[in-house]
Design a protein. Structure first.
Length: 94
């Protein structure tokens, strides 16, 4: 099961360095905006979800460093998926 894109984000970390992202689709951009709003509202799981979107370039230009910041923030808030993605990012040098 791929909770909130964990498996695809983890695969992107394994395939680092990130490949240039394709232009965002309107659906990806809308999804990014909703997750960004959840993040701004303080939803802990949004840290990992937004980080995964930055990592994959889903709805936004790929920014692995920003993804790592969000995974670290989610980790500090106790979000398990963020912790796993942050650990994998550290292993892969992001």
């Amino acid at each position: 099961m791929d909770m909130h894109g964990y498996n695809s984000a983890a695969k992107a970390l394994d395939d680092a360095p990130a490949k240039p992202a394709a232009p965002a689709s309107p659906v990806s951009a809308a999804a990014f905006e909703l997750v960004r709003q959840a993040y701004a509202g303080g939803v802990p799981s949004a840290c990992g979800n937004l980080g995964a979107m930055y990592l994959r370039g889903q709805g936004v230009t790929a920014e692995p460093a920003r993804a790592a910041e969000l995974f670290a923030e989610g980790s500090k808030k106790g979000h398990a998926e963020s912790m796993l993605l942050y650990a994998r990012g550290l292993e892969n040098g992001i």
